[in-house]
Design a protein around this ligand. Structure first.
Ligand code: NAD
Length: 259
């Protein structure tokens, strides 16, 4: 399958690192012009420079998805640079893991804080809502487009220490299904990707034993690479996926947590 995104403009939130960076490269290699939106300027610029060195058209725009004004400015900067937007990859995400309650010797010794809960909701859930609401008018001007949201395998199965994260990733699936209905008639498809465990900075923070356990529960026998997920984003952004709307595509090597 040869995916050709020539003439399309894609936004990848959180595109400075990990899966987002691999996705920016994959989309650009398929012919898209790509705006990386991220709040980490040095890494974002470095990612764009590295991709430009491959003769790819990638531009970094500083943006914090939790701030409406920052997102609106990023939309304006993207349109000024590339003339419009066709594809939005809502990839930016964070973790702030903690048990709901920590119990030692029968006594509660701590637990997730309100800040840990709110920070993750602000980026992973409200950030997806804000970016989508800000970008949809641009997609409508182009006569349609693609929105693809980052969920996670944990949205279906839960995960230890991730009350906040799992709530956001399940919420992303809900928003995806609502927007597939609301925007489908406008020639905009909205889908989600549910990665399993992918080797990035996010999972580098996990204890080695937890990663080993995930690997052993994955029929593929390995954790995923950012390119595994980038390829799925690229497919859903392409004409080959024109009739896929409201779907959640697992990219997890067959992992089922807890089995
Ligand atoms: P990562 O930590 O490597 O990269 C995340 C990027 O998001 C970073 O560049 C970071 O600066 C950016 N970001 C964070 N907050 C932001 C904000 N407020 N505004 C703009 N950018 C912001 O993470 P990753 O592993 O590449 O994960 C990417 C996405 O995939 C996330 O949504 C994550 O939840 C999801 N995911 C990852 C895995 C995995 O195993 N790595 C599994 C399932 C889902």
């Amino acid at each position: 399958m040869h995916i050709d995104l020539t003439g399309r403009v894609a936004v990848v939130t959180g595109g400075a690192n990990g899966i987002g960076r691999a996705t920016a490269r994959r989309l650009a290699r398929s012919g898209a012009r790509v705006a990386i939106w991220d709040r980490v300027t040095a890494a974002g610029k470095a990612a764009a420079v590295a991709l430009e060195a491959e003769q790819l058209e990638v531009h970094f725009i500083e943006a914090d998805v939790t701030q409406r004004a920052s997102v609106d400015a990023a939309v304006a900067a993207t349109v000024a640079r590339f003339g419009g937007i066709d594809i939005l990859i809502n990839n930016a995400g964070i973790t702030r893991d903690a048990l709901l309650v920590k119990i030692k010797d029968g006594a509660i010794t701590g637990g997730m804080t309100d800040d840990e809960f709110d920070d993750v909701v602000a980026v992973n859930l409200k950030g997806v809502y804000t970016c989508t609401q800000a970008v949809v008018p641009e997609l409508l001007k182009r006569g349609g487009g693609r929105i693809i949201n980052a969920s996670s395998v944990v949205a279906h199965h839960g995960n230890f220490g991730q009350t906040n994260y799992v709530a956001t990733k399940a919420g992303v699936i809900g928003m995806t299904q609502v927007w597939a209905r609301e925007l489908g008639k406008r020639n905009i498809t909205v889908n989600a990707i549910a990665p399993g465990f992918i080797a990035t900075e996010m999972t580098a923070k996990m204890p080695a034993a937890a990663l080993d356990a995930m690997r052993s529960h994955t029929p593929a026998g390995r954790v995923g690479s950012p390119d595994d997920v980038a390829n799925a984003y690229c497919f859903l952004a392409s004409d080959f996926a024109a009739f896929i709307n409201g779907a959640v595509l697992a990219v997890d090597g067959g992992l089922v947590i807890g089995t």
